[in-house]
Design a protein around this ligand. Structure first.
Ligand SMILES: C[S@@+](CC[C@H](N)C(=O)[O-])C[C@H]1O[C@@H](n2cnc3c(N)ncnc32)[C@H](O)[C@@H]1O
Length: 263
């Protein structure tokens, strides 16, 4: 996977993306992430990239032409394979793990466009952008954090970046559930003990406990996700599910239970 990020702050983006796991994966050639300074593509001495909005109103708008020149340069010199251009915007489709998986499966190259000020001239979006993605229902000052979030979520699943697929397949949001709780040494901290089953060395019981905690946590925190989860799988899953419902029946604080179906 290759990702090119169009931004007014390439150093900030580069610093983040070249660190730790993603930095090492780039050194080893599994992924490539590059940040491009949009100001380098202006035709004026001041390197101005914004101007006033037609129709009046507050703030400034990023002009279409510097964005277009930067985008065209990337398309001509960096694009590989199946390429997609995404504008990070609070008006876009909300980003999810499923979306990250789809982007990794369907494309070899992403161009991520970071807006600033009041946003971007619509004509650039119409001409060059394939889709808009939002990080959530809130407004940030710029598109860099959302772009880095998308790049990170997509690239960490690229082959070679993490030691094995289980590293991301067993995490929250992969199979429609939230992950179970984690514990590390010491066995007791501030009077709180690690659950006995995790000290037992019994791998089957540990796996069972973790799956059940994952179900419970999802049902308590994200009943919307739980309602969508598919438990048609193993007999053991259905048994665990019955136990989960039993526990929740004894805990009146949990609201929004979906209808029981355990057979
Ligand atoms: C201050 S925002 C502009 C908001 C815009 N005027 C609106 O109301 O939709 C500046 C830039 O930050 C980025 N941005 C802000 N919030 C975002 C979000 N939730 N998801 C993705 N990008 C966001 C976009 O690139 C946007 O162009």
């Amino acid at each position: 996977m290759q990702i090119d990020i169009m931004t007014l702050f390439p150093e900030t983006v580069g610093d983040m993306m070249n660190e730790s796991i993603l930095g090492r994966a780039q050194e080893r050639g599994y992924i490539r992430i590059e940040a491009h300074q949009i100001r380098d593509y202006t035709l004026n001495k001041q390197k101005q990239v914004d101007d006033y909005p037609y129709g009046g109103g507050r703030g400034a708008i990023m002009q279409a032409d510097p964005l277009y020149r930067c985008w065209a340069h990337i398309r001509e010199s960096c694009a590989v394979g199946r390429s997609r251009t995404i504008y990070l915007s609070p008006c876009g489709e909300t980003f999810t793990q499923a979306k990250a998986r789809q982007l990794l499966a369907d494309y070899d190259h992403l161009i991520l466009v970071c807006g600033h000020y009041e946003g971007v001239d619509e004509r650039f979006l119409e001409e060059c952008v394939d889709e808009e993605i939002s990080l959530g229902d809130f407004v940030l000052t710029g598109g860099e954090l959302p772009a880095m979030a998308v790049a990170d979520a997509v690239c960490r699943m690229a082959p070679g970046v993490l030691p094995e697929a289980a590293c991301y397949e067993e995490e929250s949001h992969w199979n429609g559930l939230l992950e179970h709780p984690h514990y590390s040494r010491p066995e007791e901290w501030h009077g709180r003990r690690v659950p006995e089953v995790l000290l037992s060395g019994h791998h089957e019981n540990v796996a069972r406990w973790r799956k059940k905690q994952s179900m419970l946590r999802t049902l308590r925190r994200r009943p919307d996700m739980f309602r969508e989860a598919d438990f048609q799988g193993t007999k053991q899953d259905r048994k665990l599910l019955a136990e989960v419902y039993e526990e929740l029946r004894r805990d009146p604080s949990t609201a929004g239970l979906p209808p029981q179906s355990t057979d």
